[in-house]
Design a protein. Structure first.
Length: 310
């Protein structure tokens, strides 16, 4: 893989090799542990899912590693922190300390009653307060899809906490107005068959039945407030004219077979950010970190260890 430089925008492409399915870890399912309310109740290096309380919200997270490079992962629509499990298992724990957040309404975080509490803007504030509660600074923030929109808002509203930004198939910077009213209504209140179709469309390389069933269990568990708030705020999301204000070194990653966020929107986002590198994988869909986890981990480690220190 060629070097990726954050100092200038360029389009690097890579063809994903065919590989055996790896089901050692659940890409989206949650572990059956019992979280407790409190402020950073467990040390970072212990198993389980600790909680951080910010205002009236409890944020659940997982963590791993004890390296000096701090990474914070924010998942996408209707998912959980476990969507990053294939990357967590591959990152070098001696070089990286990583935190994997459950957004409110997802995973084991608190479940707000109103959709207005589950918007991109509110989630960005949650990320900033999460970092403040744990004393995290100089964070590399990695956001997928909806989480990418949250990461863009953090970069615009709270840049002081960031070292760098990684946007993985992010929500279009001009919002999802390209979807019809019927498509939006389906996203907010889908039948189980429609929900399954949405999940299938996330992948170009078809996952195993076991993995697909785990994904379905997780997306079904997202709260109605999260679903409606995420969809409504993504429709109204509009930061395209402000992306030039982002000075944080940025890496944008996508797949050329993405059926959730058309690749043209991902490339527009990358082109508008001043210090931005781009990686587009061939024959990969909306979740490169699941379809090509080895390549994605290598790219992320290279970006943090080599490009940010160059």
């Amino acid at each position: 893989m060629g070097r990726v430089s954050p100092a200038s925008s360029r389009h690097a492409s890579k063809t994903a090799p065919r590989r055996a399915k790896d089901d050692r870890a659940c890409p989206f399912g949650c572990h059956p542990c019992e979280p407790r309310q409190g402020q950073a109740l467990r040390p970072y290096d212990q198993p389980g899912m600790p909680m951080v309380t910010v205002g009236d919200r409890r944020l659940s997270y997982e963590s791993s590693g004890n390296g000096e490079n701090r990474l914070l992962f924010v998942h996408g629509f209707r998912n959980s922190c476990q969507s990053w499990s294939l990357i967590r298992d591959r990152l070098d724990p001696t070089r990286f300390s990583s935190w994997y957040l459950d957004l409110p309404g997802c995973g084991r975080s608190s479940r707000p009653d109103r959709w207005q509490e589950c918007t991109i803007e509110r989630y960005a504030d949650d990320v900033q307060q999460f970092c403040s509660s744990l004393g995290l600074q100089d964070v590399v923030l990695i956001g997928h899809s909806l989480g990418g929109a949250v990461a863009m808002r953090v970069a615009l509203d709270h840049p002081e906490v960031l070292r760098a930004l990684v946007l993985v198939a992010p929500t279009a910077a001009e919002g999802i107005g390209y979807l019809t009213d019927d498509q939006l209504a389906t996203l907010i209140r889908p039948s189980d068959e429609e929900l399954a179709a949405v999940v299938r469309a996330a992948f170009h390389q078809v996952p195993s039945k076991e993995t697909f069933d785990r994904v379905m269990a997780t997306v079904r568990s997202a709260s109605p407030a999260h679903v409606e708030g995420a969809v409504r705020s993504q429709r109204e999301f509009s930061v395209a004219d402000r992306l030039g204000e982002i000075s944080t070194p940025t890496l944008v990653v996508g797949g050329d077979r993405d059926r959730h966020v058309p690749i043209r929107y991902t490339l527009r986002t990358a082109a508008a950010i001043r210090r931005c590198a781009v990686q587009i994988y061939h024959n990969v869909g909306h979740a490169p970190f699941i379809e090509v986890p080895e390549e994605f981990t290598e790219l992320l480690e290279e970006f943090v260890l080599d490009d940010l220190t160059a």
